[in-house]
Design a protein around this ligand. Structure first.
Ligand code: ADP
Length: 689
C-alpha cells in the first residue's frame, strides 16, 4: 500500500511538474511568439534600413548565392535585383579576382570578418573599386551564410588618383625646381669661386706690379696734367728727392732748360694720342742742382679714369761713360789701323773685301774705297791664285784658323809686288764676321833676301871652288908628281935600273894614272849628276852577287880589316844599274875602312824593309860629330876628324853615292857616334823601274 501511495505521490508530483512544465511551455510559446514578432519587426526594420542604405548590402547563403541585395548594391553593380538574387556571387567578380574572392569568402564564413578593397565586375564589364566588409551570418562554419557591405570608392579612387597625380606633379615640379635651384646654386658657387680667384689674381698681380715698380732699377713716374702724380722710391737716389717732395710738382721743372721744349712737346703730343717716339735721351735736374743723363721710355696709361703719361727713367751716366770710352777706343784703334804700315782687310765668305785699310793703296796701288767690294784674288798673280784660293779655303774651314801665305800681287804700275799675308778666321766674331787679312809688301825685303842668298851662294861656291881646286890640285898633283918623278928617272940614260925596280916604278906610274882617272871620273859624275845628265842602265840585279864581289875586292885593298858580309836567305832582285850600285858600295866600304883603325871590323849587311831592300855598312871607326853629320853628303864636304894627313879624299864620294841612290829612287843616310863608329845605309825599292 505504501508503495501505492508513493506511486500516487510520485505521480501527483510528476503531474504537478508536468503542469508546471505545460505552463512554462505555454509561457515560452507566448514569449517565442512575442520574440518572433519582435524579431520580424526588427528584421523588417533592418531590412528596410538595409534596403535604403547608401552602401551596398547583400546576403549570400551557404552556397554563395545572393539571397538579398539592396538598391545601392544593384546601383553599384549595374544589375537589377532579380538579376542578382539566386545567382552565385562569382557573377560580380572579375576572372582574375576569383581566387582571392574565394579565399576572403571562406575566411569570413569561418567567422573571421574580412575588410578591404576589391575590384568588382560591373554588369557592363568594367571594374568597380569598392571597399568591402564581410561577416558570417548566423553561426560560422563551412557553409555559413554571409553578409557583406560594399561601398563604391570609384570617386574616392579617382580623387585619390587625381590627388596622387597632383602630388606627383608637385613632386616633379619640386624636383625640377630643386634641380634648377641646385644648378643655379652650383653656378653661383662657381661664379663665386671664379670671382674670388679673379680677385686674388688681381690682388697678386697688383702686388706683383707694385713690387716690380718699387724694386725697379729705373725710376717710374706717372705724369698727368704736367704734374707728377706718382713716383717710386728710385727718385731718391736718381734725383735726390723723397717721393712725397716731387708729388704734384711740374714735370718740366725737373728737366734741363735747353731740353724742356722738346720733352714737353712730346709729352703733350703723346697724351693727345699722337704717335711720338717713346724712347729718347734727356737730362734731369737733381735736387742739388746737378744734372743726370737719363733715357726716357714713356707711354700713355689710364690713371684715375683719365689718360696719363707713364714714364720710365733710366740713369745712363755709366752707359754714356762707357760709350765715350768705346768711341775713344774705337777712334784710337781706327787711327792705329788706318795709319799702320801693314794693310788690313776683312773678307767675307766669298772672298770679297768688306773693309780695306788705307794702307792697301800703298801696297796694291788701289784706294781702299775701290778695294771694298772687290774679290781680292783678282789682285793676285795668276800663277799664285790657286795657292791663294787653297789658303783661303783652309782659313775658312774653321773659326780661329790662322793661315799665312806669300803671293805676288799686281801693283797699279804694272809691277808685281811680293805680299805676305796672315789670314785669321773671325767668322764667329759678330763684330767682324769674316776673315781678317793682314798684309805687307815684302818685295824689297825679298829682293834683299834673294840678293843676300845669292851672295851667300856665290861665297859658298867660291869657297867650294877654292876647296875643290885645293883638293883637286892636291889630288892631281900627287899622282902627277909620282908619274913625272918615276918617268923622269926611268928616262935617265945614265942610270941603269934593275928590271924589278923598273917594273915597280912603272906599276906606280900606272897606279897614279888610275887614281887620276878615278878622280876625273868622279868630277865628271858630280857634274853629270848636278846637270841631271847621268843615265842609268837598269836591269834586274842580284844585290848579293854585287856585294860578294865588292867585298872580295875590298878585302884585297884592306888587308888589315875584317870585312864581314851578312846576307838574308832570300833576296829579291832589284831593278838597278849594277855598275853604279857597285860604285856606291865600293865608296861606302872604302870610307868605312879609311875612317876606322886597323884590325877593326867592317860589317856589310842587307835586310828587307817594306817595299825595299836596305844595305848597311857599319864600321868601328872615328865616327862623325852630330853637327857635321847633316853635311857629309854635301859636295866636297869633309868632316874635321877626317882631315888627318893620312886620310886623303875629295869629299865627292858621298855626294856621288847620294846622287846615284836617289837616281834609283832610293835614299841614303848616315848614323854615327863620334869615336865609336858609323853606319852608312841606303835603300833601293824592289819594284823600282
Ligand atoms: P872623302 O873623299 O873625304 O872620303 P866622302 O864624300 O866619301 O869624301 O866623305 C865625306 C866625309 O864624310 C869624309 O871626309 C869624312 O869626313 C866623312 N865620312 C864618310 N864616311 C865616314 C865613315 N865611315 N866614318 C867617319 N867619317 C866618314
Amino acid at each position: 500500500m505504501a508503495g501505492q501511495g508513493k506511486i500516487k505521490e510520485e505521480l501527483l508530483s510528476e503531474l504537478a511538474q508536468l503542469r508546471r512544465q505545460i505552463t512554462r511551455l505555454q509561457h515560452a510559446e507566448t514569449e517565442r511568439r512575442q520574440v518572433k514578432i519582435a524579431l520580424r519587426e526588427s528584421e523588417d526594420k533592418y531590412e528596410s534600413i538595409a534596403r535604403a542604405a547608401i552602401e551596398g548590402i547583400y546576403h549570400a547563403d551557404g552556397e554563395g548565392r545572393f539571397v538579398f541585395v539592396n538598391d545601392a548594391c544593384t546601383r553599384i553593380l549595374g544589375y537589377d535585383r532579380d538579376e542578382l538574387l539566386g545567382k552565385h556571387y562569382s557573377i560580380i567578380i572579375p576572372e582574375a579576382g576569383i581566387p582571392m574572392a574565394t579565399e576572403i569568402t571562406r575566411a569570413a564564413a569561418q567567422g573571421d570578418p574580412q575588410k578591404g578593397e576589391f575590384i568588382l565586375k560591373h554588369k557592363q564589364g568594367h571594374g568597380v573599386p569598392v571597399h568591402f566588409s564581410m561577416v558570417a551570418l548566423g553561426s560560422p562554419g563551412e557553409r555559413a551564410g554571409l553578409t557583406g557591405i560594399i561601398q563604391d570608392i570609384t570617386e574616392r579612387k579617382r580623387a585619390e588618383e587625381a590627388l596622387q597625380k597632383a602630388r606627383d606633379e608637385l613632386e616633379m615640379r619640386v624636383a625640377e625646381r630643386t634641380m634648377e635651384l641646385e644648378l643655379a646654386n652650383e653656378e653661383l658657387r662657381a661664379e663665386m669661386v671664379e670671382r674670388e680667384d679673379a680677385e686674388r689674381a688681381l690682388r697678386e698681380s697688383e702686388e706683383k706690379y707694385r713690387n716690380v715698380v718699387e724694386r725697379a732699377n729705373d725710376m717710374v713716374a706717372i705724369v698727368q696734367d704736367n704734374l707728377i702724380k706718382f713716383v717710386n722710391q728710385r727718385v731718391v737716389d736718381m734725383a735726390g728727392y723723397a717721393p712725397e717732395e716731387v708729388i704734384c710738382t711740374a714735370l718740366s721743372q725737373h728737366i734741363a732748360p735747353e731740353e724742356r721744349p722738346v720733352v714737353m712737346e712730346r709729352y703733350a703730343r703723346r697724351v693727345a694720342g699722337e704717335d711720338v717716339p717713346p724712347r729718347y735721351e734727356t737730362t734731369l735736374f737733381r735736387k742739388d742742382g746737378t744734372t743726370v743723363d737719363v733715357e726716357i721710355n714713356a707711354g700713355v696709361i689710364m690713371y684715375e679714369g683719365r689718360p696719363a703719361d707713364l714714364v720710365i727713367v733710366r740713369d745712363i751716366t755709366e752707359r754714356k761713360k762707357a760709350e765715350k770710352a768705346l768711341r775713344e777706343s774705337e777712334e784710337r784703334f781706327r787711327a792705329l789701323i788706318e795709319n799702320a804700315f801693314e794693310g788690313i782687310a776683312i773678307l767675307n765668305a766669298d772672298g770679297i773685301a768688306v773693309y780695306a785699310s788705307p794702307a792697301i793703296e800703298r801696297i796694291a796701288g788701289i784706294p781702299s774705297e775701290e778695294a771694298v767690294g772687290k774679290r781680292l784674288i783678282e789682285l793676285v798673280h795668276p800663277d799664285d791664285r790657286a795657292r791663294f784660293q787653297e789658303n783661303f779655303t783652309l782659313a775658312m774651314r774653321e773659326p780661329g784658323a790662322l793661315v799665312t801665305g806669300t803671293y805676288r800681287a799686281l801693283y797699279a804700275n804694272g809691277r808685281w809686288h811680293v805680299v805676305e799675308t796672315t789670314a785669321r778666321n773671325l767668322i764667329d766674331d759678330p763684330k767682324i764676321g769674316g776673315l781678317v787679312l793682314n798684309f805687307r809688301d815684302i818685295t824689297e825685303r825679298r829682293e834683299a833676301e834673294e840678293k843676300a842668298k845669292e851672295a851667300e851662294m856665290l861665297k859658298e861656291m867660291c869657297q867650294l871652288r877654292g876647296d875643290l881646286l885645293a883638293n883637286v890640285s892636291h889630288e892631281l898633283r900627287t899622282p902627277l908628281t909620282t908619274i913625272k918623278g918615276y918617268a923622269t928617272a926611268l928616262m935617265d940614260d945614265e942610270i941603269r935600273f934593275e928590271r924589278d925596280v923598273v917594273k915597280r916604278r912603272l906599276e906606280s906610274i900606272v897606279e897614279a894614272c888610275d887614281g887620276l882617272s878615278e878622280l876625273v871620273g868622279n868630277l865628271l859624275d858630280v857634274s853629270r849628276l848636278e846637270a841631271g845628265m847621268l843615265w842609268l842602265n837598269r836591269v834586274p840585279t842580284d844585290l848579293s852577287k854585287i856585294l860578294r864581289e865588292a867585298i872580295s875586292q875590298a878585302r884585297i885593298r884592306a888587308l888589315d880589316h875584317r870585312i864581314v858580309l851578312r846576307l838574308p836567305e832570300e833576296l829579291p832582285a832589284v831593278n838597278a844599274d849594277p855598275k853604279r850600285i857597285r860604285q856606291v858600295v865600293d865608296n861606302i866600304i872604302d870610307n868605312a875602312v879609311k875612317y876606322s883603325g886597323e884590325g877593326t871590323e867592317v860589317t856589310v849587311s842587307v835586310r828587307r824593309e817594306g817595299k825595299g831592300v836596305v844595305v848597311s855598312i857599319a864600321d868601328q871607326g872615328i865616327g862623325i860629330s852630330a853637327q857635321e853629320l847633316p853635311k857629309i853628303f854635301d859636295r866636297m864636304y869633309r868632316a874635321k876628324t877626317s882631315l888627318a894627313p893620312k886620310k886623303e879624299g875629295t869629299g865627292l864620294g858621298l855626294t856621288i853615292a847620294r846622287g846615284l841612290v836617289e837616281a834609283h829612287g832610293g835614299r841614303i843616310w848616315m848614323e854615327s857616334e863620334e869615336w865609336k863608329g858609323s853606319t852608312c845605309s841606303f835603300n833601293l825599292p824592289i819594284d823600282a823601274e
